[in-house]
Design a protein around this ligand. Structure first.
Ligand code: SDX
Length: 431
């Protein structure tokens, strides 16, 4: 990190404290408070981390006001239209777009790691068939540390590299197996003759009884969904992975922690919740009822797929996703999809409503993705596993960046304590 160019002065309790200020290549300056407690005896207070930079990073930049999302400097709309997921994985992991030779080598390494240890198949049979696939993924990914000991030493750069490739390669296989298990169909082994997205669709939808041909348009849409979910700065699940990794835990355990965090409906679980909300609304004429509920402070209902902690004008990923939804539904001949009609009318009405304008609420990445995934044949329970599959490269890239930093320290926030001050034990007969 560069030397501080500016200083902020904090006046507190009759004293002044000079705090170094670092300037980014893009985005706001940061005030370095690392010595504040030692120098001034105070903590800063920021539950939810709305004004806190937890790290420095060179991977992804978001400008929430301008609706900008850059991966290693490249805009998300350009990557979504010109690149493909494994090339974006290379970019996120190594910092530059690969040459043709580098890309071929990377794709070969990922392709040759897509199978999981045969004995891991038994883990799936320990779950109920109706277990949510996210529960299965948390369990199976965490269990990878029991099978891939030769890539758990985080201090060995080579083992970090192998763990990265293994996780990116095996996540689609695990997600597809979780899906197959939940519908009582046999697992499909990965195929090396298919690209990443086509292989995932094949593992999910092929059945022994007939030949399954991957539709190239659906495969392209799948790959684009993977790209749009690949990384997103220090979101809740990425921060979970970073915090878990700061203790030195193995990469498989840390990614399992990220999957668990992503599952929440305020985060990656929103795509499933959004489609279920659109189904509950059911028709355009019921939209006002749900808009009113979303605005009612006494009603916990929120418009799923709307709002974002960082984007305050629009989510650039939602724009691309909306275009993809139109393309996929046209291809599938799903004219006038009622859910898409409800989604578009809900977006139109909400964006005209001053409540949503005042609170800067608009569709996020999860609003349209579910419509595409359902049209492709996935049940809503598979939406978040697909998000987790896509985000694995982001979690891994941020993990590698942090673990590779010799200054890394274990994450250990403090608190504003509002509990009882010290008091003496009271024997039960005196209570
Ligand atoms: C993702 O961080 C990331 O980058 C995440 C993500 C990624 O790629 O990793 O982008 C993926 O998680 C996208 C977000 C998916 N979640 C949802 O769609 C769930 C619905 N959205 C909300 O729960 C909410 O908007 C959040 C969680 C996304 C953001 O919450 P914030 O920033 O903490 O904002 P907030 O909850 O404080 O809300 C601000 C105000 C509140 O009203 P007041 O208390 O100020 O009166 O806006 C209201 C909220 O009640 N509000 C909503 C709303 N979202 C916020 N009201 C109705 N519907 C909504 N969706």
């Amino acid at each position: 990190m560069t030397d501080p160019e500016k200083t902020a002065t904090l006046s507190y309790d009759g004293k002044s404290f000079d705090l170094p200020v670092y300037s980014p290549t893009a985005g706001p300056d940061v005030i370095d408070i690392r010595k504040l407690y030692a120098d001034a005896g105070v903590f800063t207070y920021d539950p939810g981390f709305t004004s806190t930079a937890s790290c420095d990073s060179t991977i992804t930049y978001i400008d929430g006001g301008a609706g900008v999302l850059l991966h290693r400097g490249y805009p998300i709309d350009q990557l979504a239209s010109k690149s493909h997921y494994l090339e974006v994985c290379y970019l996120l992991l190594y910092g530059e777009l690969p040459t043709a030779a580098q890309l071929e080598d990377f794709e070969t390494r990922v392709t040759r790691h897509t199978m999981i240890h045969e004995q891991m198949h038994n883990f799936f049979r320990g779950f109920r068939r109706d277990a949510h696939p996210m529960a299965t993924m948390v369990g199976v990914v965490g269990a990878m540390s029991a099978f891939y000991h030769d890539s758990t030493d985080i201090n060995d750069p080579w083992q970090r590299e192998v763990a990265s490739i293994r996780l990116i390669a095996k996540m689609p296989t695990i997600a597809a197996m979780a899906y197959k298990y939940s519908i009582g169909q046999p697992f499909n082994y990965p195929r090396n003759d298919l690209d990443y997205a086509a292989n995932f669709l094949h593992m999910c939808f092929a059945v022994p009884a007939e030949k399954y041909e991957v539709n190239p348009i659906l495969s392209r849409a799948m790959d684009r969904i993977f790209i749009l979910h690949a990384d997103h700065e220090q979101n809740a699940s990425t921060s979970t992975v970073r915090l878990a990794s700061s203790s030195g835990a193995n990469p498989f355990a840390c990614i399992a922690a990220g999957i668990a965090c992503l599952w929440g409906p305020a985060h990656g679980g929103a795509n499933q919740a959004c489609l279920e909300m659109l189904k509950e609304i059911g028709s355009v004429d019921r939209i006002p009822e749900f808009i009113a509920r979303a605005k009612d402070k006494d009603d916990p209902f929120r418009l799923m797929g709307f709002g974002h902690r960082v984007y305050k004008n629009f989510d650039p990923r939602a724009k691309v996703m909306k275009q993809s939804a139109d393309e996929v539904l046209d291809l599938l001949g799903i004219e006038d999809n009622p859910l898409l009609q409800v989604a578009k009318e809900l977006e139109r009405i909400a964006l005209q409503d001053e409540y949503f304008a005042d609170k800067k609420l608009f569709p996020n990445v999860d609003f349209y993705s579910g419509i595409i995934l359902e049209a492709m044949g996935f049940p809503t329970s598979m939406f978040t596993p697909i998000f987790a599959l896509s985000r694995t490269v982001g979690w891994i890239s941020q993990w590698k960046e942090m673990i590779g930093d010799p200054q890394m320290k274990i994450g250990r926030p403090r608190q504003l304590y509002l509990g009882e001050t010290q008091r003496d034990y009271i024997d039960v007969e005196n209570r």
